[in-house]
Write a protein that binds this ligand. Structure first.
Ligand code: ADP
Ligand code: MG
Length: 323
């Protein structure tokens, strides 16, 4: 069982950013309106995610850390979940197998919750505690018991870069949730949760950048799109400024990225990229289920059509400032 969890951990937990992704997605799924993330040393020594969501019933807390203990039923409307069936209910046990985890959770406002502590997946404490509704998970010493994996950790700056890149994307996808991200006590990101995506853009990229964004919005029988793109003078040396959200989830899509870049075609110098935050809605049947959710890569069944739609929408938004 422990070995199975360590093997599963290899699939789910690649680096600190993957732990943050799994914990924050659980917090989002739990209906939280505020999610606080604190990490130390790029997340390698500590990752703490605190939410005010539905919490875990004290009687279910230990079970939640056992394999396939998902409370989430895959519905036909959520193909991402069906696609990730292999991973359902594996995140918490996988994380626990390769770290020291402490979880405090309460599922009502009685003030009573439960605390569970585990080392390498072995329970070392389980007791009732006073706790507000919500969940507070701390993951310490990631990969402390799997030295081979620990060796693959990059520098603190690299791990922090992956991690904060992910938090930026999830904050952009959920402007209605108030996020904070702290590294070694320093505040790196704070969003208000007021629902305004432009405010999140300002929090991440700065107020001047937010002011220089153009609104994009388009409709199509198969898709709808809305979001913001930067004026051509706001360019970056890499594609990290392209955030794509499909049906509420942040994804990576070569097709969508190419469509955006193509729309700027003659407007950008070579090897410069725009900023863009695009939320695309589509019927789940148009998402190829043959994806690797933990890597956020998604493919679409009508790639050419989607590409043309996105390119057209971005061109339209840019056309207002062309002359
Ligand atoms: P999955 O998310 O695929 O169901 P996880 O291993 O990530 O599997 O979580 C297991 C279960 O623990 C979830 O189904 C959920 O019931 C519960 N859970 C985990 N994190 C939270 C949270 N932050 N708030 C409420 N419930 C949670
Ligand atoms: Mg999960």
């Amino acid at each position: 069982e422990q070995l199975a969890n360590q093997i599963a951990a290899g699939e789910v937990v690649e680096r600190p950013a993957s732990v943050v992704k799994e914990l924050v997605e659980n917090a989002v799924d739990a209906g939280s309106t505020a999610i606080d993330i604190a990490v130390e040393e790029g997340g390698i020594s500590l990752i703490r995610v605190t939410d005010n969501g539905s919490g875990i019933d004290p009687d279910d807390l230990e079970t939640a850390f056992q394999r396939h203990a998902t409370s989430k039923i895959a519905s036909g409307s959520d193909l991402f979940r069906i696609a990730s069936l292999g991973f359902r209910g594996e995140a918490l046990p996988s994380i626990a197998a390769v770290s020291r985890v402490e979880c405090v959770s309460a599922s009502d406002d009685s003030g009573l919750g439960r605390r569970l502590a585990m080392n390498g997946g072995t329970v070392v404490a389980s007791e009732p505690v006073n706790a507000p509704r919500g969940t507070d998970i701390t993951v310490r010493d990631l990969f402390y018991n799997t030295p081979a994996r620990l060796k693959y950790m990059k520098s603190i700056q690299t791990e922090l870069g992956h991690l904060s890149d992910y938090v930026n994307r999830i904050a952009l996808a959920h402007p209605g949730i108030a996020f904070t991200l702290r590294h070694n006590g320093n505040l790196l990101l704070r969003t208000t949760g007021g629902g305004d995506r432009l405010q999140v853009i300002a929090a991440i990229y700065g107020t001047n950048t937010a002011k220089a964004m153009l609104k994009v919005s388009a409709e199509h029988p198969d898709y709808d799109l809305n979001g913001y793109i930067s004026k051509p003078e706001l360019t970056r040396a890499n594609r990290n400024g392209l955030t794509v959200i499909v049906n509420g989830r942040t994804i990576r899509s070569y097709i969508v990225n190419q469509a955006v870049i193509q729309a700027y075609h003659t407007l950008l110098p070579i090897n410069r990229y725009p900023l863009a935050v695009l939320e695309i809605g589509m019927h789940p049947s148009l998402i190829d289920v043959n994806v690797h959710p933990s890597k956020m890569e998604v493919r679409f069944s009508k790639e050419a059509e989607l590409r043309e739609f996105v390119e057209h929408a971005v061109r339209d938004a840019l056309s207002g400032i062309r002359h």
